[in-house]
Design a protein around this ligand. Structure first.
Ligand code: GRF
Length: 220
């Protein structure tokens, strides 16, 4: 079967893009990155894409009068590259409803919390302030509302007593870099699809075991 043609949309560092680039370097991986789009000309992720020999486009939202025109320009670039799956990876622009409907069930996003908790920005600060013991990350299909849509993969990550937002973000990022390539693989292999606004799996084993934080002393 031909590799799924994925495009990755970024605004910054691009560490999730890097995780996808590295996954795609494996000949057994069922997807390839055909295009990277950034709305920021100086995004560090652009360097990662160029180094990997991937086509890049800078589509700067400041060059457009309306969201519709901006989204349309992105759609044109995606179509020209033959994109089958759009991966948002730290892309800091909200895409409009008509874009999301145009690409329905073909746009996914990664968010650094266990959705539906802590949608939006500053997730790590808010998680620490709330005193939660377990947080994580989520890869989900995109719907018009922010950080909303059928969930594909989640990973649980403990919050530790000395954490600040940076330390916690770095711990979650390790999980993100596993989850994003995994979600793309499940989609590319046709093993994850949306049925009645939930993701239904074909041949993906559910995880077992508990993550309890703090550690359960009685279990020692
Ligand atoms: C990640 O934490 C991702 O979950 C969030 O933005 C961050 C992007 O990081 N949506 P990077 O650009 O992939 O390094």
């Amino acid at each position: 079967m031909a590799d799924l043609k994925a495009a990755v949309l970024i605004s910054g560092r691009g560490s999730n893009l890097q995780a996808l680039i590295e996954a795609c370097a494996n000949p057994d991986y069922p997807a390839e990155i055909v295009l990277v789009i950034s709305n920021k000309p100086k995004a560090m992720g652009l360097k990662r894409a160029r180094k990997a020999g991937i086509d890049v486009r800078i589509i700067d939202h400041r060059d457009f009068d309306s969201r519709e025109d901006y989204d349309e320009s992105i759609t044109q670039a995606l179509e020209a590259a033959g994109t089958e799956l759009v991966c948002l990876a730290g892309f800091m622009r909200v895409l409009g409803e008509s874009f999301v409907e145009r690409w329905r069930d073909r746009v996914i996003n990664i968010h650094p919390s266990l959705l539906p908790a802590f949608k939006g920005l500053n997730t790590h600060e808010r998680a620490i302030d709330a005193g939660i013991r377990i947080t994580g990350c989520t890869v989900h299909f995109v719907r018009p509302a922010m950080d909303d849509g059928p969930i594909i993969v989640q990973a649980a990550v403990p919050v530790l007593p000395e954490d600040d937002a940076k330390i916690l973000a770095d711990r979650i990022l390790v999980a993100e870099h596993k989850c994003y390539p995994m979600a793309v693989r499940l989609i590319a292999e046709g093993r994850a699809r949306v049925v009645n606004e939930k993701v239904s799996f074909d041949g993906a084993e559910p995880a077992e075991g508990l993550l309890i934080n703090p550690r359960d002393d009685t279990a020692r």
